[in-house]
Ligand binder design. Structure first.
Ligand code: ADP
Length: 190
């Protein structure tokens, strides 16, 4: 089984690259951001609650996202592998994911970390906001907060995966195709 964590700051291109990777390696895509936005659209109690954090650029509580991941893993029991996009985002989430994967004896194969300069992140998010209508992409101070939250809570995950030799840094600057080629090479070498 190939289980990939697609990692990087908001605007790094995780969603775009996930599309390439799921086709190239026949994986099931699990994006917590997409799952949460679907809950918001369906106006579920979980969605109503999550929206309050997301609109401010803060993280949704760990137990909420871990619960969503658990049910996705269970409903795709026959998958060849998974690509986790936007998850884990905290050390507690990474620990919970390891426990869930341990039950199926299919550990994380690699953590693919997209590296992008900060100004490029802000530019990409603001232009995405114009087309997607995502509220959290339209306000520069919310974008700034998301990048701060990423540095404080999510970046420590590099140190979580590094000792296991699972961290792979990838240059996330360039065209989507160039970045996809780099990622494919790394995944093939895992
Ligand atoms: P981006 O990577 O551009 O920030 P996402 O779609 O991954 O976009 O996430 C949007 C928002 O959803 C985040 O700012 C956060 O509020 C919430 N979210 C997504 N994934 C998680 C997660 N794993 N843990 C906590 N909150 C999350």
């Amino acid at each position: 089984m190939l289980n990939l964590v697609l990692f990087g700051p908001p605007g790094a291109g995780k969603g775009t690259q996930a599309e390439f990777l799921i086709k190239a390696f026949d994986l099931v895509h699990i994006s917590t951001g997409d799952l949460l936005r679907a809950e918001i659209k369906a106006e579920t109690p979980l969605g109503v609650e999550a929206k309050k954090s997301m609109d401010k650029g803060n993280l949704v509580p760990d137990e909420v996202v871990v619960g969503m991941i658990k049910s996705k893993l269970e409903s795709n029991a026959k998958a060849k592998g998974f690509i986790f996009d936007g998850f884990p985002r905290t050390v507690a989430q990474a620990q919970a994911l390891d426990l869930l994967l341990e039950e199926n004896k299919t550990p994380i194969s690699g953590m693919l970390c997209l590296q992008v300069e900060k100004q490029e992140l802000v530019n990409r998010l603001l232009s995405r906001g114009k087309v997607s209508g995502r509220a959290d992409d339209q306000n520069e101070s919310i974008i700034e907060n998301r990048i701060v939250v990423y540095s404080e809570k999510t970046l420590p995950l590099v140190e979580y995966y590094e000792p296991f030799g699972k961290h792979c840094g990838i240059n996330g600057m360039g065209t989507p195709e160039e970045i996809a080629t780099r990622l494919k090479e790394v995944v093939e070498s895992l």
